[in-house]
Design a protein around this ligand. Structure first.
Ligand SMILES: Cc1cc2nc3c(=O)[nH]c(=O)nc-3n(C[C@H](O)[C@H](O)[C@H](O)COP(=O)(O)O)c2cc1C
Length: 188
């Protein structure tokens, strides 16, 4: 038997070991006001712009997503990290977060929730499947239209490590040539 140096890791912290999707903001419009919230639990579910998003009933945004079936996923670059965390500390029930944190709404093409001008990419989404929302707060969204400003991408998105620390993408490892079975994924 080989020896090893593993020690117990708390099960309630395993999410810190899995790469989360980037920290994003979710923009919604409830028919009266647009709102913004911060989200770290998200992932692609399938090619064809199916996206899994955890958004729970403790969030004011939940009601707007339920009612309208629409939202925008806005992807901030790391220079916006502090303001993006601030957006996740207060609720749209009490505060106009666009105004307080200096984000600017812009109309999209498909959904009524606004794009976030300061973010380098925005994905207009509709709800494709809400069967796991009651049990897990898991929404399956379908991207309907996506926008990017490549000039503002900078070092790109950033990730929440689950404990209030964040990592960026300063080093990019280009292994496209090794993706021999998945060549088609490596093209622009
Ligand atoms: C870094 C960070 C990540 C977060 N990730 C999530 C998440 O994945 N899902 C979620 O429902 N709330 C998440 N939150 C909490 C919401 O952003 C927070 O509850 C927010 O106040 C909701 O705003 P609202 O009430 O205006 O919708 C996160 C907050 C921070 C700061």
């Amino acid at each position: 038997m080989t020896t090893f140096d593993f020690v117990d890791y708390p099960l309630e912290q395993v999410h810190r070991l899995l790469e989360p999707g980037p920290v994003i903001m979710v923009s919604t419009f409830d028919g009266r006001r647009a709102n913004l919230m911060t989200n770290g639990f998200n992932m692609p579910v399938a090619h064809g712009a199916l996206i899994g998003l955890i958004l729970g009933p403790w969030d004011h945004s939940y009601d707007a997503l339920r009612t309208t079936g629409e939202c925008v996923i806005a992807i901030p670059s790391i220079d916006l990290a502090e303001r993006v965390v601030d957006v996740g500390n207060v609720s749209g029930r009490e505060v106009d977060k666009w105004q307080r944190f200096g984000f600017t709404p812009a109309p999209g093409a498909v959904v009524r929730a606004p794009l976030v001008t300061e973010c380098f990419a925005n994905i207009e989404c509709t709800v494709a499947d809400d069967r796991l929302v009651d049990d897990h707060g898991l929404w399956i969204l379908k991207g309907e239209r996506a926008w990017i400003d490549p000039g503002r991408r900078g070092t790109g998105e950033f990730h929440h490590r689950g404990d209030g620390t964040f990592s960026g993408n300063a080093t990019t490892l280009d292994l496209r040539r090794r993706m021999t079975k998945w060549r088609y994924l490596t093209h622009d």
